[in-house]
Design a protein around this ligand. Structure first.
Ligand SMILES: CCCCCCCCCCCCC/C=C/C(=O)SCCNC(=O)CCNC(=O)[C@H](O)C(C)(C)COP(=O)(O)OP(=O)(O)OC[C@H]1O[C@@H](n2cnc3c(N)ncnc32)[C@H](O)[C@@H]1OP(=O)(O)O
Length: 301
């Protein structure tokens, strides 16, 4: 089900757990910012909020899954559905992915989805991760990650799947810390890291499960631009507008030419990838590591 709420002079669409989604997105334009000024009233089911500026064709997708936008089943389904709907919308040309809760872009996979679950459950969960990634990484749209906070693991996966990454300056981290949880990033995630920062740096980063502060991430090329947190959205909109000066078709064909091999490889090896995930995450030693990691997160307080 999808609904609309009018708020702050703008119309927002709420993507909630149940589907299919309805008709075209329609938004009033804010006088001061192209996209960013809406005030949102939210309920627990509003896990993705989408606004689209009809004139420019730029949509902003805000993850809204408190407290830390961890990727649980519901959020993965909402994100995928939202990406697919925007993809089908002929008037949509670009997508900005951000968090409705500044300071945390996305905490990665919801660790509770991997803890004490049956092999079938985690297998189905992993397929939702794969499908969400296929829809974002394979999108014809200009995709821009407006990383307004921490972006570990699955948060980094989302960012890497976009065409360009703008991150908030300050004490925020990004990276693939999977090995710290005794997990191994799958081939398609490792490959995106290699493509972004080069083989040697990616190899080291992946082995030690490095989480980088934003300035180091910029230096490595893991993100493309750093700006003050309050400017992330505005700069993302400006950057998207630059990208939209390039004719859509040539840009999208070029993007697909470079991404098709990895997309095809995952499509071909999807079941094998699911099987590996099932086997690995349900292993006793991995479950123990996950439990210890969860305890560590709780003990932080
Ligand atoms: C060849 C062989 C191949 C084998 C392959 C097999 C295995 C394949 C595995 C593949 C892995 C795929 C890739 C992705 C993996 C992941 O994403 S795993 C998740 C990793 N995430 C993290 O490590 C981040 C953990 N969280 C944090 O570091 C912090 O929360 C934060 C994001 C920096 C935010 O900090 P802060 O604002 O201070 O909030 P907190 O107080 O820490 O958290 C608030 C509550 O949220 C809970 N929480 C945090 N993160 C998660 C999470 N990811 N999942 C579930 N819950 C989370 C946290 O515990 C707090 O809970 P309460 O105490 O109950 O309030």
């Amino acid at each position: 089900m999808a609904t609309f709420i009018a708020s702050g002079g703008r119309v927002w669409r709420k993507f909630v757990k149940t589907f299919p989604l309805g008709s075209n997105l329609s938004l009033k334009r804010s006088p001061t910012s192209a996209l960013a000024n809406g005030r949102l009233s939210s309920t627990s089911s509003e896990n993705v909020l989408v606004s689209k500026d009809e004139k420019s064709g730029i949509a902003t997708v805000r993850m809204n899954n408190p407290p830390v936008n961890s990727l649980n089943t519901a959020l993965l389904l909402s994100l995928r559905s939202c990406f697919e709907e925007l993809e089908k919308d002929k008037s949509c040309r670009a997508l900005i992915l951000t968090s409705n809760k500044p300071k945390v872009f996305c905490a990665g996979l919801d660790i509770l989805e991997l803890y004490q679950k049956s092999p079938d459950y985690v297998g189905q969960f992993w397929e939702k991760v794969q499908d969400m990634w296929l829809s974002l990484y394979g999108s014809r749209l200009v995709t821009m990650a407006a990383i307004n906070g921490h972006s570990p693991a699955g948060g980094c996966l989302l960012s890497l799947a976009c065409d360009y990454r703008i991150m908030a300056e300050g004490n925020f981290v990004i990276g693939l810390n999977e090995t710290q949880l005794d997990l191994v990033a799958p081939f398609w995630l490792r490959q995106m890291m290699v493509d972004a920062i080069g083989y040697r740096q990616a190899e080291m980063a992946l082995m030690v499960g490095a989480l980088y502060p934003s300035n180091k991430a910029l230096q490595l090329g893991l993100v493309d631009k750093l700006v003050p947190i309050e400017d992330v959205q505005t700069v993302a909109e400006e950057e998207v507008k630059n990208w939209l000066k390039i004719p859509d078709q040539a840009r999208a064909i070029t993007k697909m030419a470079s991404r098709k091999p990895l997309l095809d490889e995952l499509r071909k090896r999807k079941q094998e990838d699911i099987q590996t995930f099932r086997d690995e995450t349900t292993r006793e030693s991995v479950q123990l590591s996950i439990q210890q990691y969860l305890d560590k997160l709780k003990a932080k307080k």
